[in-house]
Design a protein around this ligand. Sequence first.
Ligand code: FES
Length: 330
Amino acid sequence: TNLATTAHINDTTISVLPDETLLTAALRQGINFPNSCRVGGCATCKCKLTAGRVKELTESTYILSDDDMDQGYILACQSVPQTEVSIEVDLSRGRAAQQVFGAVIAQHKLTHDITRLSVQLDAPLNYKAGQFAQISVDSLPHVNRSYSFANPPQEDGCVSFFVRKVDGGIFSTHIHEQDVIGQKVTIEGPAGDFCLRDSDAPILLVAGGSGLAPILAILQDAVQNKVQRSATLLFGARSSEDLYCLDQIEEIKRHWQGEFRFVPVLSDASQVDGAERRHNLIEQIPQSLERGAHAYLCGPPAMVDSAVAVLREHGVGNDYIHADRFLTQH
Ligand code: FES
């Protein structure tokens, strides 16, 4: 249809243009709707559909739990109303994010295309290991990008992010090619709900490329909190030069309370016993999956999607698969 439709958000009525998502329509009309990634990856915009029908732009099933879905929760950023709809949402969450300032104190190349950006904040920011924030630097005004914290919150207010160089990416190219030490940084956040859930179940963590950032934060946080769970970390990279933070992983392994297995998986051909072998991160999942394990996945969307499919095939329930999809940000 070419006609606008109507959405009732709590007590406010707005109009939604054809093909417009609920989130876009709400923001356009001045509603402070909670949101963050806007691409179906973080569940910040989750809200309850109490009347009407929506079309979903992406499959939201592995971001929302079965419970959420049974109760009619949807992602506003991925839902286009097909009829007049009514939505319930806690709008106070829309103001939860804070803005803090700091300065770049280190810029360190971890691999040929991943740089660790370390920032000293003026005041510590309260976030959960696994969450992300929007970052901008003064030397590149009006450009901000989402990155996961690569460390758990520290008392000294130091935070770090892994910035992967993207072809044509304004922000990532700037971070890779310019000296930004001393630059003022603005951080808005935290956001996202990718974090370790309480349980005794074994955990399987799957990280691809710069997707290691929130996984490292989660693991370091778990070490600090003396979490006692059996853990397996699968880290996928192209070649051995693309593996990084191995000393930090070693450190986690050393202090882990329980079994900790680290399995680097290289996708480029490598020589094993004189024979050439390629490894696929996803194919390693079944043999690494402990009985009753909960999974935490972070990396490019295609990797996460395949991992989710394999985990489901092997009987891991939706509620035990937590995923953070890193989208390419230009
Ligand atoms: Fe909708 Fe992130 S803002 S899922």
